[in-house]
Design a protein around this ligand. Sequence first.
Ligand SMILES: O=P(O)(O)O[C@@H]1C[C@H](O)[C@@H](CO)O1
Length: 329
Amino acid sequence: MTGSSASDSSCLIAKSKTNGTEMNGNTTRNTYTAIENNTYSYEVIKDIADYLLDRTTIRPLIGIICGSGLNSIADMITDTKVFEYEDIPNFPVSTVEGHVGRMIFGYLENMPVMAMQGRFHYYEGYPLAKCSMPVRVMKLVGVRYLMATNAAGGLNSKFKVGDIMLVRDHINIMGFAGNSPLQGPNDPRFGPRFPPMTNAYNAHLIKIAKQVAKDMGIENEIHEGVYTCLGGPNYETVAELRMLRTMGVDAVGMSTVHEVITARHCDLTVFAFSLITNKCATGYDSSEDEANHEEVVTVGRSRQAVCGELLCRVIREIAKECPNKAQVK
Ligand SMILES: O=P(O)(O)O[C@@H]1C[C@H](O)[C@@H](CO)O1
């Protein structure tokens, strides 16, 4: 299937394209009529995937999402083809500091990858399905593995700022309230109506990452744990954090869960880790523990080399096992 049918009103995307035209004396970027009701049909997402594939010969097998302050993970990619989000039809734009807003195609460890420098969060005003829509784009581009990274508050008392938590599982708190990226009609071309989440995070890749951490000599800075995503943008109250801790949450953030649900729905293999950028304040007297985004981004930047190396080494191991070695550079 290529492109949307002109008769399908739910997936028309380019009704008012003004490609580089002059308006009020200024050059405008491409503008597209908004999709209806923020709904991304299979055809719209296929259009986005085709837009990207038409402009590069790279065929990624791995999709990467860079968390807050972790953009430079994608700077390690070689032979790049860069797409600004604002140039991709029907793509949202990043509005958060620390999220640049670029999709980078290229190679890491000789594996073809595509990486998001900047993700979309619910608190930016995007519905969850729109936040995780790029994961479906990855799927239609041909990606088999999603590697998601995020910045998170450490709730487990053993975690230190700068540590990395390999995500073993998540608690979908927003889902408890009925908010899901899979809400609405199900398109079986992506996946089943009722997808299981038992093994959302691939145990084999976690094992590989632990071995990699040992090889890097950072085994004391690596943990395995449970992540949860809250809606944000405010950080949590002490009472909320205490409740989350009793629920078994080790790290708290504002992303990833809906991306992973979307990825598992369309059968991507998932690996995710959280960089612990701050300790969660579980007492009222610990004002020094108050979270702030500047600190989150600063800690992210200070640890992105380590996070990048971990990711690259895991990719190196995936490359060894890659089912389609022909695609490896
Ligand atoms: O995109 P991630 O999940 O890495 O970003 C975290 C969550 C919020 O967007 C922000 C809070 O500081 O960092």
